[in-house]
Design a protein around this ligand. Structure first.
Ligand SMILES: [Zn+2]
Length: 166
């Protein structure tokens, strides 16, 4: 290893960021080159002195409380902003909601009208045809609905499996 390469990597070496083989290469160079070894020792001393001087600075009283209070204040501010955003979006979307509500009420009215018509038709059918025929028709309808549900479920399941395996 050349001195330039070694100097470029000393900082990484001191921060334990090099691989084992890279460390061994640098350490081999330290054995051969006293300049690089001295540089490493000086940097190491400087780092240690910096660490000690930082640790010797006393932490101001109440700093922890101040940090916690400022975090809580930030949280409250964020929460308040979220509420404001939600209210703003609700206000913005209220015309759309009104429109949807009217559309839904029309759909419900339509369903009510259809239901009433079906009910009247059934009442007419009950008065004309025998009740046993209606009962067997109802049972047959239930069986058809259940079978259809199973078939649709199976179709969906097979479709998903095909999608996965293709
Ligand atoms: Zn060197």
């Amino acid at each position: 290893m050349e001195c330039l390469q070694c100097m470029e990597r000393i900082s990484e070496y001191l921060d334990h960021e090099l691989s084992m083989t890279e460390c061994e290469d640098i350490e081999d160079h330290f054995v051969e080159c006293s300049d690089c070894l001295n540089l490493k020792n000086e940097l190491n001393t400087l780092c240690e002195a910096t660490r000690l001087s930082i640790e010797s600075i006393p932490v101001p009283l109440g700093l922890t409380d101040k940090i916690i209070l400022s975090i809580q204040a930030e949280k409250q501010r964020t929460s308040k902003n979220q509420w404001l955003t939600a209210i703003f979006l609700l206000l913005l979307s209220s015309p759309l909601l009104l429109l949807l509500t009217r559309a839904f009420s029309r759909v419900f009215y339509l369903l009510y009208v259809i239901g009433t018509a079906i009910g009247r038709s059934l009442m007419t059918l009950f008065s004309v045809v025998s009740p046993w025929f209606i009962l067997s028709l109802g049972i047959f309808s239930v069986i058809v609905v259940i079978t259809s549900a199973f078939v649709i479920k199976k179709l969906i399941h097979d479709f998903q499996l095909n999608e996965v395996f293709q």
